[in-house]
Ligand binder design. Structure first.
Ligand code: ADP
Ligand code: MG
Ligand code: ZN
Length: 513
């Protein structure tokens, strides 16, 4: 079965019908997918890769620039030692070899957001190479992803297209912000991932997830996909089942969430399947992922490496890290996320299935951090997998992107433990934090959410509820204690959930004695 999707062509005209898609199962029956993941991570260094400009996100445009990062004649780059250190640590964590002497190279191309007309990158001698990352799939299988290289480079600036939809098509003019130009990046490139079959979309997502968790544990980046500090390009190709040679690949850019990684690979497989099975050819090109409908659209035809006229950067010496320093850095490897998870699983005594579910919903590290901030693991778990998961769902975001920190969740849990909040009130406090109303204690104060402890205030509400329900009072007096539930419910309503239900029940029973 083939589905039709309408789309715009490169200059914004409707081209219909644009894209035919093959059913995923049919793709798998006829073809073997091959994947290649390129992940760019913006390092969290204080300054840029080759100059002293700050890297903070969100500053006024063009306030974090200098002659070096806007490529003025005569300016000279100096490599950032902290960025080199991060690159080595990333390489070590990915089980890579670290090159004793690696060189920077100029990658020549014109782009308005790249003021020098070339990007300083690494080419044939990247700092880290030949590694692997073992990722765990949803059913618990371990999948080894081979890493080809991890190299250092600098980020480009940002083009802002004004008017229209924010895309270049239909914009009246474009503005350039060079604050990001020169921010240190490490690009991590996998070897072709073969043999994943129907699990290819899942493997792609699991890989980026594991990589993100690893980079976060290393403390080298804030790994925020929504702010572009972790960016993923997904290369996908299909070859007829059992073929010896890979098919032509496309490289999908702008895949800005973990979910999108999976959706983009799935979509490309179905699109390429339809093309190939109808006798067409896949064009080697970059494609853009559309978050809105989960489709990809054609970008530029892909250049080959020769087109970039790479040559060694003459203004920078080779990077020759002292072997003793590398060994020292090896000693600073944090407890890796999966090692930590195994340890925590033992400590908490939970089953493999439970643990895997927590990992799969993206909750595990948040739960651990919440427990580290003082909450009991049970309470931390229950908050993240139920109420906060619902909130993430209704706010159309991922758990990790919710604007609440594990420390804040731990504080809410502490307020419940101290009896200052009921669970219902605590949920309102969490909503307040998510809505940007401040710290949990501030939300409690501002919204007046604290449990009413004052018996005289409660007594009034209890008396009112009893007076309104003489029949129930009779029942309770007649020994039907369960009937008190209705009165407790009325009192909770009257106090907008701020009473302690256990205390209300005591007061009700006492009044009926
Ligand atoms: P480029 O400069 O074109 O982005 P890279 O070497 O940086 O090339 O990355 C290409 C990625 O695609 C790598 O992860 C590589 O393993 C992968 N790859 C190479 N050939 C194929 C193919 N035929 N199908 C899918 N992925 C591929
Ligand atoms: Mg590349
Ligand atoms: Zn600068």
């Amino acid at each position: 079965m083939v589905e039709r999707v309408f789309a715009n062509d490169r200059i914004g005209r409707m081209t219909a019908p644009a894209t035919e898609l093959m059913e995923f199962d049919d793709v798998i029956a006829a073809y073997d997918p091959v994947l290649g993941m390129e992940v760019h991570v913006e390092l969290g260094t204080a300054t840029k890769m080759f100059c002293g400009c700050p890297t903070a996100f969100g500053a006024e445009p063009n306030t974090q620039v200098c002659p070096v990062c806007i490529g003025l004649p005569g300016s000279l780059p100096v490599a950032n030692a902290a960025a080199i250190e991060s690159a080595i640590r990333i390489g070590l964590a990915l089980n890579c070899s670290i090159r004793p002497s690696s060189v920077f190279a100029r990658k020549n191309y014109f782009y308005p957001d790249q003021p020098k007309n070339y990007q300083i990158s690494q080419y044939d001698e990247p700092i880290a190479y030949d590694g692997h990352l073992d990722v765990v799939l949803a059913d618990g299988t371990e999948w080894r992803v081979e890493i080809e290289r991890a190299h250092m480079e600098e980020d480009t600036g940002k083009s802002l297209h004004i008017g229209g939809t924010g895309r270049i098509h239909g914009a009246s003019h474009s503005l350039l912000d060079y604050n990001r130009a020169g921010v240190p990046l490490v690009e991590i490139v996998t070897r072709p991932i073969t043999g994943a079959g129907e699990r290819a979309p899942e493997v792609a997502r699991a890989y980026v997830t594991a990589l993100r968790d690893l980079l976060k544990a290393l403390g080298v980046s804030d790994v925020r996909m929504d702010q572009g500090s972790l960016r993923c390009d997904a290369n996908v190709s299909l070859m007829p089942k059992g073929a010896a040679e890979f098919g032509t690949r496309t490289e999908t850019k702008n895949v800005n969430s973990l979910k999108s990684v999976e959706v983009a690979v799935h979509y490309e497989m179905c699109r390429q399947g339809a093309l190939l099975s109808s006798g067409g050819e896949v064009v080697q090109e970059t494609r853009h992922f559309q978050e809105g409908d989960g489709t990809t659209s054609a970008g530029r035809r892909k250049e080959t490496a020769e087109d970039y006229r790479y040559f060694p950067e003459p203004d920078l010496p080779p990077v020759t890290p002292d072997p003793a320093w590398i060994e020292e850095l090896r000693g600073t490897m944090p407890e890796l996320p999966w090692v930590r998870r195994a340890r925590i699983q033992q400590e908490w005594g939970v089953s493999d299935e439970v643990m895997r579910d927590l990992v799969n919903v993206g909750a595990i590290d948040l739960i651990i951090a919440t427990a580290d901030a003082g909450a009991s693991p049970e309470a931390a778990r229950s908050w993240w997998v139920s109420f906060l998961a619902q909130q993430a769902n209704s706010r159309n975001t991922e758990l990790a992107s919710l604007p609440i920190t594990p420390a804040q969740v731990a504080r809410v849990i502490a307020l419940v433990d101290e009896g200052k909040l009921t669970n219902k009130l605590a949920q309102q406090v969490v909503v307040g934090v998510l809505d940007g109303e401040g710290e949990p204690d501030e939300v409690v104060a501002a919204r007046g959410l604290e449990v009413v402890r004052d018996d005289s205030a409660l007594q009034q509400a209890v008396d009112d509820a009893l007076a309104a329900n003489p029949d129930i009072v009779e029942k309770i007096r007649g020994g039907k204690v369960a009937a008190a539930g209705k009165i407790v419910g009325d009192v909770m309503k009257a106090t907008r959930g701020q009473a302690d239900p256990a205390r209300v029940k005591e007061l009700v029973l006492k009044a009926c004695e």
